[in-house]
Design a protein around this ligand. Sequence first.
Ligand code: AMP
Length: 468
Amino acid sequence: MSFDTLGLSAELLRAISGQGYNQPTPIQSKAIPVILGGRDILAGAQTGTGKTAAFTLPMLQRLSRKNINNGRRPVRALVLTPTRELAAQVAASVTDYGRYLPLKSTVIFGGVKINPQIDKLRRGVDILVATPGRLLDHARQKTVDLSQVEILVLDEADRMLDMGFIHDIRKVLAMLPKGKARQNLLFSATFSNEIKQLADKLLNQPELIEVARRNTTAEQISQVVHPVDKNRKRELLSHMIGSRNWRQVLVFARTKHGANRLAQQLDKDGLSAAAIHGNKSQGARTKALAGFKNGSVRVLVATDIAARGLDIDQLPHVVNFELPNVPEDYIHRIGRTGRAGNQGEAVSLVCVDELKQLRDIERLLKREIPKLVLEGYEPDPSIVAQPIKQGGNNQGRNSNRGRSQPGKHAANKQRSRSAAKKAGTGQQEAGSNRFKGKRTSSKNKGKRGHGKSAETQGNSPYRQARAA
Ligand code: AMP
């Protein structure tokens, strides 16, 4: 299929060919005609599927159909995103795709000065891309008027709910014009009950559009778990990056503090590293990401929320330095590699404390991840599992300090986290917390981490944990 068949205008086709796109992605070929026809959509698509163009292109076309009043330009399209990075990326796409159209757009998010944003809004924009918190700041100061919005896009809606933005979203919705005239486009990677409730309230007879999730077509991503003691993870990570000559590695840490510390330690090991998380200033986040993209930063250490929406294509290596507490996050993490048919590698360093998380992930994947004990890094079987400390990785709220209470979903998640914590303790009591399994035989015993590996035997503690 080609873009020409989707009903897009010559200006947009020109911009698309300027981007070097030859054919629409599945979400684009499904969503573009429906949105052009004016219908609401509920779309299941993740970052990396081309979803931004799927809503931006028809949105630009619909907006450009109407004569633009040169005097006052009210905001006619509002795109809400969970993170600053995603907002910046969406805004850049709006500019790129709208290059040959007489429409104006801007982006507003927290962590940067508000006055330049106020100036831009005052001059008038047709399309506003925003994170919910800063948008509400503007609304309170009456520096934004949403009463003329014709198209609303909620991008990565599940993430917004995860981050506790539901109250903020409701407040924003209350500011939009009422009635069925508005077109609503909701994009979400997952469809929880909360998303369905939001969709029921917001969408008017939506067309449901789903494209294959990256995790279901993950054959090109090789996944492996390396069992290793917690206090040797950093050493193993440095060794793997160095000895395998990985040039661009995205490493996931569970907490902001942990991400910072790891980046510093890797730097000391001679590997250029930067951390990206919600407590970093916007400037520092942008700089770290730019360095990672241009190759001057070899290792980017990120927390889950900070990494969401990052458009880093075709990453060869993703490392879970710590497993996520929420199993779905594992899928989001590994989906950053092996894009567009490229080979990718997702490596998880798993210590004895994380067997519960590993089991939950495998249950979600409906398959086991191969386990490889690396020689020289065999886990110490005498180490007893400890409950995992919760890092309070609530960046969404931190980046939105002093606003409404976390949403129900966030509260539920907190509850399930404490349940996980309890389960972790239970696991310790149940005694499945030791690496009792037969150790990998090693021809090179004593040599640390020379890179050779052998699969663990069937009686590894991972299996015991699963069986428990
Ligand atoms: P997204 O899912 O919107 O974050 O897009 C992921 C990446 O795919 C971005 O780098 C886009 O520039 C790129 N992209 C979007 N549409 C196409 C297309 N039709 N062909 C090739 N690349 C695309």
